[in-house]
Design a binder for this molecule. Structure first.
Ligand code: AMP
Length: 203
């Protein structure tokens, strides 16, 4: 099965992408993670876009995505988290593969700002925490699981976030009409959002 999760910054599409991928034995592909993992000269170019809250060029992300979905662990299908981000990317994706379902995880801009400005990530085991909402770490500086230091993403500041939200509303939301998407209420507990997604997929 091939799924796309779409949602504003902080909607939980990454968290849900990981949970649902594990439950359904699918591969979870976050294009943001693919970009952040780039090294060398390419990384410098990429960070220029990401840190300012802008999208990287379509050709660049498409090339990385094509390489990723052709790997063996994607054979049973995948969940795309962060792609497509505009109509041009959606049309490029249509040429490569057929998507079964598109899930929109809906939250308000106010909720997005609250969640993103409190977000902290363990660099060692890649777990997301939130110092304001959930899941809150026992110690605000350290990971509950491995004890690694929690860090903020460079683009999780108010200025970059406002730009990212603007791009989301202007460029990404029109994709929802391109597909016949399923809307899920993202302002619930993590487990309730997962349950709603699984129920929608089983219907
Ligand atoms: P995310 O981790 O999904 O919040 O993505 C972080 C950043 O990576 C975005 O703000 C963009 O700069 C870049 N990015 C991720 N996915 C895409 C994409 N499909 N197209 C262009 N830029 C992307």
């Amino acid at each position: 099965m091939k799924l796309i999760f779409i949602g504003a910054q902080g909607s939980g599409k990454g968290t849900q992408g990981k949970i649902i991928a594990r439950k359904m034995s699918l591969c979870h592909i976050s294009t943001g993670d693919l970009l952040r993992e780039a090294t060398g000269k390419l990384a410098e170019e990429i960070h220029g876009y990401i840190d300012e809250g802008n999208l990287v060029p379509n050709e660049l992300i498409l090339k990385l995505l094509k390489q990723r979905i052709s790997q063996d662990d994607c054979e049973k299908g995948f969940i795309l988290d962060g792609y497509p981000r505009n109509l041009e990317q959606a049309k490029e994706l249509d040429k490569i593969t057929k998507i079964d379902y598109v899930i929109e995880i809906d939250i308000s801009d106010d909720e997005s700002v609250k969640r993103i400005l409190g977000r902290a990530l363990c660099k060692k085991c890649n777990i997301n925490y939130n110092l304001v909402t959930q899941p809150k770490p026992a110690n605000p500086e350290k990971c509950d699981i491995c004890g690694g230091f929690l860090e903020r993403r460079v683009d999780d500041n108010e200025e970059a976030l406002r730009k990212r939200l603007e791009i989301y509303h202007e460029d990404t939301e029109p994709i929802l009409e391109h597909y016949d998407s399923i809307k899920i209420n993202g302002e619930q507990d993590i487990k309730d959002v997962s349950e709603e997604i699984l129920n929608a997929l089983n219907e």
